[in-house]
Design a protein around this ligand. Structure first.
Ligand SMILES: NC(=O)c1ccc[n+]([C@@H]2O[C@H](COP(=O)([O-])OP(=O)(O)OC[C@H]3O[C@@H](n4cnc5c(N)ncnc54)[C@H](OP(=O)(O)O)[C@@H]3O)[C@@H](O)[C@H]2O)c1
Length: 356
């Protein structure tokens, strides 16, 4: 374990940050060396200050780390910085870290749509990592900013990519039932969500549409040509702790031969992260549940250690038409945030740096 890459987590006490810390515990390539959250925690030990709430064992390796201040100059001794900060504070910190030569892998909703910033859901668009060369040329820095998509978009696009490759895609209608952890540790008051469904999540529907087009787009001549597909999203918040469930109607170019054929397309689909054997890549990116009452958040969110999405309830409901209805479920803080962040860093070191 002597040659592991030193990494840091910014926002390490939040719901995404806790997932990062958990996933980095005994990681074969990365060594968690630094953590930070809000200024007031600086100087305290991670194990003493964090309120550990996620359903993963408390990480012994990280417990003794002393919290640093959330300032770029505090991270000179690491190569990679995983960012799980609110978007309001993330932007300037990320820019400064990239200027310092750091590899910034971020969940915050800033810079995602910048033309030279890769927005990566690795199995769906691993080749977009090459945008990093364009970014370095344009911005004149040695570092990089690599973005994790919005959580709902990550789950959706992982299920859409095999369909796009097999049948083509014209239009997508999606209604989400999103977990409360998607809004962060202090995000949704208990009184608002228990015994209730909140039918609006600010900004989410627009994010799903624009990010899906970028992720499913093609890299050509140093830029991403977004996929020309209409994405109509309706996003809601439901009283589930983790795991976003999405009801999808996909208008394809070509009608599939049957539901079983579609299930096989999903089941057999593998991508570059699987071929490269990246440590955080799940064996199967898309898991098919043929039971009529699956996928369910509680039963299926940890499929592939939280990195697979689970699909089910597929139907071709309109006679003769290329219209597919299905449900997809994925873990919002693993596949939708920290797990994909770690996978992006693994992809970077394998494909761009070509170490490991
Ligand atoms: N939750 C999800 O499913 C999800 C999915 C995709 C993307 N994201 C994005 O990931 C980021 C983190 O989300 P989260 O759900 O983990 O939020 P969270 O639970 O609210 O955690 C926020 C983290 O940022 C720290 N922080 C807050 N204000 C800060 C400041 N001014 N300076 C330095 N640190 C500060 C917090 O530290 P303290 O604990 O000390 O306050 C905490 O560690 C957000 O940008 C979010 O939009 C979240």
């Amino acid at each position: 374990m002597g040659d592991r890459v030193p990494v840091a987590v910014l926002g390490a006490t939040g719901l995404v940050g806790q997932r990062f810390v958990s996933l980095l515990e005994r990681h074969p390539w990365f060594e968690l060396r630094a953590v930070a959250a809000s200024e007031a925690r600086a100087g305290k030990r991670y194990g003493e200050t964090v309120e550990w709430v996620i359903d993963a064992p408390f990480p012994g390796e990280a417990a003794g780390l002393v919290m640093r201040r959330p300032r770029p100059e505090e991270f000179r001794d690491v190569e990679v910085v995983f960012v799980a900060l609110p978007k309001e504070v993330a932007g300037p910190i990320e820019l400064e870290l990239a200027r310092m030569g750091k590899i910034v892998v971020s969940n915050a909703n800033v810079f995602r749509m910048e033309p030279d910033v890769p927005l990566l859901n690795p199995e769906a668009n691993w080749e977009h990592i090459r945008l990093v060369e364009e970014q370095r040329r344009r911005r004149g820095w040695r570092g990089a900013i690599l973005k994790v998509p919005n959580c709902t978009t990550a789950v959706l696009t992982l299920s859409l990519k095999p369909l796009l490759d097999a049948y083509g895609l014209r239009r997508v209608f999606m209604t989400s039932m999103q977990a409360i952890s998607g809004a962060g540790f202090r995000g949704v008051p208990g009184y608002a969500i228990v015994d209730n469904i909140l039918p609006f999540i600010r900004g989410e529907e627009e994010k799903v549409a624009r990010e899906s087009r970028k992720i499913l787009g093609r890299l050509e001549g140093g830029e991403v040509k977004p996929l020309e597909v209409d994405v109509v999203a309706t996003t809601t918040r439901v009283p589930v702790l983790d795991g976003h469930l999405e009801s999808v109607v996909a208008f394809l170019e070509k009608r599939p031969g049957g539901v079983e054929e579609v299930y096989r397309v999903w089941e057999e689909w593998r991508s570059r992260p699987q071929e490269l054997g990246l440590p955080t890549a799940p064996e199967a990116p898309v898991v098919v549940r043929r039971e009529p009452d699956r996928p369910q958040p509680r039963l299926d969110r940890m499929a592939g250690r939280g990195m697979s999405v689970s699909v089910g309830r597929a139907a071709l409901p309109l006679e003769g038409e290329p219209v597919l209805r299905y449900l997809v479920l994925g873990h919002n803080t693993v596949r939708g945030a920290a797990g994909t962040g770690v996978l992006i860093a693994e992809l970077y070191y394998k494909v761009v740096e070509q170490v490991f």
